[in-house]
Design a protein. Structure first.
Length: 231
């Protein structure tokens, strides 16, 4: 009897090997794991957004995952939301037809171009772009702002020396291209050799600044410096 009990115990122990998933995977265990994977993400491919609108797949199983491609800069519309390239659309509730927003969850890359209305990415401006002050799509940093202020560039200024000015009827006329394109500027003429401010007749227009000197002779190039400061 003892031998029979030992054989039965051996048979039970051996049989248990097929029911313990940590030792060997039986058919029931494998089936249960496959069933559990039914809700896992399943990459199905891309959804075209080139028209500005993304069309939902005709049918969807839970976990079906798509990513948006070819969307315009402003994005493509889908279920009341805006999607950009790389944003993911995941089926969270299976459907056979006519899905709604409740059938999906959305995963955004968060790489939208930043604006006053959108939180997103923005390029840092170079010092030259900050100095010019005309680009509204790139960001100013603490350093580029400090450099701008330290150099007084926020006042918009330029300076140059005169070319040879020929005398005509006891006057010499120096025409300066007004690169600030504004008549709201201050012009100062300085004699380079002495550093003295020179009194002259100055006519300011958005395109050109005309400086007229009373002179009995030609004025050599580099005699005067003009400083133009605007706001």
């Amino acid at each position: 009897m003892t031998k029979v009990n030992s054989l039965l115990k051996y048979a039970e122990d051996f049989s248990s090997l097929f029911n313990d998933p940590l030792i060997i995977a039986n058919v029931g265990y494998v089936d249960s794991r496959i069933s559990a994977l039914g809700s896992a993400l399943n990459l199905k491919g891309s959804l075209d957004g080139s028209s500005g609108t993304v069309t939902a797949p005709v049918t969807g199983a839970t976990g079906d995952t798509y990513y948006v491609t070819s969307a315009p800069i402003g994005g493509a519309a889908f279920m009341g939301s805006t999607f950009r390239n790389g944003d993911a659309i995941v089926v969270s509730a299976a459907y056979a037809s006519s899905p709604t927003a409740a059938n999906f969850i959305f995963l955004e890359k968060n790489d939208d171009v930043a604006s006053t209305a959108i939180v997103g990415l923005i390029q840092i401006a170079t010092q030259a772009i900050v100095n010019a002050g005309t680009d509204n799509s790139q960001a100013v940093t603490a350093l580029t702002l400090a450099t701008l202020l330290a150099n007084g560039l926020y006042t918009r200024k330029f300076s140059l020396t005169n070319p040879l000015l020929n005398k005509v009827s006891n006057t010499c006329v120096w025409t300066i291209a007004n690169t600030l394109n504004s008549s709201d500027v201050h012009v100062q003429i300085i004699e380079i050799s002495t550093g003295l401010v020179v009194i002259a007749k100055i006519n300011i227009a958005p395109a050109n600044i005309t400086v007229t000197f009373n002179s009995s002779s030609d004025i050599a190039a580099g005699t005067y410096k003009a400083i133009v400061i605007g706001i």
